[in-house]
Design a protein around this ligand. Structure first.
Ligand code: SF4
Length: 359
């Protein structure tokens, strides 16, 4: 396939005027504050606008600027993030705000290159902040932009390959409007999100219908090319929820696995699906305590993992028999009010709600 030549000025004028007529009215589009643009861009990675919007509003309300975020406790930041997934994004936001507060006087650097040196800020986010907040002409390339460029220009390079990434980034930078890079970048992303959608793009009412390579060749389904298949690993969890006088035993998860910094229960992981009673029988500590097994297996899908989880709820009448277990697994008791405030994986939070522990 050959990349089609389309006049650069024609292209940017068309897409910007489409954007001005069709853009969604979103709060981060009414500001040039790099902090707010940054928060919105991080929230919207891997998240749809409808789902991300309430998180953005809550986040800005709680942490209106770099300093308030830098001062916050990590638990509070993660608790606000709860349900969005990809928790490393929240931890990086926090780390980055601390660096901005301590080394930059709370201000964002205004170049793409310097922005890239900050924790958690890669090419995409640096380009978004630089272009939208400071009008630096550097192109933002996300999934929407790959799709729009691949289809209009007939580019069949794999978007997951290094060669493809470099080519698309170069192409987008050739096209960017030097005077209105903010509008151009937002227009490209919005056009991909609303008009040139992955399925059923609206070619019959498209401003590029006569110039678009994919439309002329009927190749909308094959473009963009993305060859990399994600390997999804299955994991089998049995959570033991231990209750003593209305309090629950929980622990803070560590950096060596998913959900770093979030709180969950004593966890047993098996290589395959096992009978929960059999799992429990290996622990003499629980023999004389009252146990309730949650019937259904909860399926929870993460980007690279599928978790198949059973919950066992054990009410203990004294803690003597589980003292060693508490120490060994770094567990601690939390009352209902504390459990409510802790940042938790959505799987844990949902289970507690369904079982009437949390409102
Ligand atoms: S003609 Fe169709 S495939 Fe081409 S840019 Fe427009 S919507 Fe996308």
């Amino acid at each position: 396939m050959r990349a089609k030549t389309v006049n650069k000025t024609f292209f940017s004028k068309k897409i910007i005027s489409w954007y001005e007529e069709n853009k969604r009215d979103l709060p981060w589009r009414q500001t040039r504050d790099p902090y707010k643009i940054w928060i919105s861009e991080i929230i919207l990675q891997q998240t749809r606008v409808a789902q991300g919007l309430p998180y953005y509003q809550k986040f800005i309300e709680q942490f209106p600027d770099v300093f308030s975020l830098a001062r916050a406790k990590e638990d509070k930041v993660l608790r606000l993030w709860q349900g969005l997934g990809y928790y490393s994004r929240a931890r990086n936001l926090h780390a980055c705000s601390k660096e901005l507060a301590s080394s930059y006087g709370g201000r964002f650097p205004d170049t793409y290159k310097e922005l890239m040196t900050l924790p958690g800020i890669g090419s995409y986010t640096a380009a978004a902040i630089a272009s939208i907040a400071f009008r630096v002409p550097v192109a933002v390339v996300d999934g929407n932009v790959y799709r729009v460029l691949a289809r209009i220009f007939g580019i069949d390079l794999d978007v997951a390959s290094t060669e493809g990434k470099v080519y698309f980034f170069t192409k987008a930078n050739e096209l960017i409007d030097q005077h209105q890079p903010d509008l151009f970048n937002q227009a490209m992303m919005e056009f991909g999100a609303l008009h040139c959608t992955p399925k059923n793009p609206m070619c019959n009412s498209c401003i590029f219908m006569n110039t678009c390579f994919a439309n002329q060749q009927n190749l909308q389904v094959s473009l963009p090319v993305k060859s990399k298949k994600l390997f999804v690993k299955k994991r089998y969890f049995t959570y033991i929820v231990i209750e003593y006088q209305g309090r629950l035993l929980m622990r803070k998860r560590k950096a060596d696995d998913i959900w770093n910094g979030l709180y969950d229960f004593f966890l047993i992981e098996n290589a395959r699906l096992t009978n929960p009673e059999k799992t429990l029988s290996a622990f003499k500590e629980f023999k004389r305590h009252q146990t309730k097994v949650s019937g259904k297996i909860q399926k929870h899908v993460l980007s690279h993992q599928q978790l198949l989880t059973r919950f066992l709820w054990i009410k203990v009448s004294d803690v003597t028999s589980i003292k060693n277990l508490i120490k060994q697994h770094e567990l601690a008791f939390y009352n209902k009010k504390q459990v409510m405030k802790l940042p938790k994986p959505i799987l844990v939070s949902r289970f507690l709600q369904e079982n009437g522990y949390l409102d």
